[in-house]
Design a protein around this ligand. Structure first.
Ligand SMILES: [Zn+2]
Length: 158
């Protein structure tokens, strides 16, 4: 039987494969468009059984982040790259922020809209380490320990 650590490693590996495969799809599609024009987009979509919109999205994200940037942020999920690519001026700064603060796609989208997340981070008396991140309008809501149910405080925006 596999240990939890082994399964977690496999889990992380699979997530990384997904990110790399989306970038690879974007690279191939970008090349196809360069060589054969935008008319290939619906053909590519049909062959991948995806929408033309998806093809355009993987192209845009792949063209936004060159291989060295993808490598530098290799542990981020594809959805975070996709979100960061929406900033055409400085997309990499959002990757850095997501990496430094462990932001999900949703958290990052909120930050990019200029909203601060409401959060609570700390340790409960029972030993559970708790880190809650929610939308800004959740500020003031009570945080309870997911293990023992103790009242820990309220979500704050900082
Ligand atoms: Zn607790």
């Amino acid at each position: 039987m596999a240990t939890l650590d082994e399964l977690l490693q496999a889990w992380v590996d699979v997530a990384g494969i997904r990110t790399r495969s989306q970038f690879a799809a974007g690279d191939v599609a970008a090349e196809a468009v360069r060589e054969h024009g935008r008319g290939v987009i619906p053909v590519l979509a049909e062959h991948a059984r995806r929408s033309a919109r998806w093809v355009q999205m993987v192209i845009a994200v792949a063209q936004t982040f060159p291989p060295d940037v993808r490598e530098r942020y290799a542990e981020l999920p594809w959805t975070v790259f996709r979100q960061a690519a929406r900033d055409r001026e400085n997309p990499e700064r959002w990757l850095r922020l997501a990496q430094d603060e462990g932001l999900s796609e949703r958290d990052l989208a909120a930050r990019m809209r200029g909203r601060r997340p409401a959060r609570w981070q700390g340790e409960c008396d029972c030993g559970a380490r708790v880190h809650v991140v929610a939308q800004e309008d959740a500020a003031g809501e009570t945080v309870r320990c997911p293990r023992c149910g103790q009242d820990l405080g309220v979500l704050e925006t900082r």
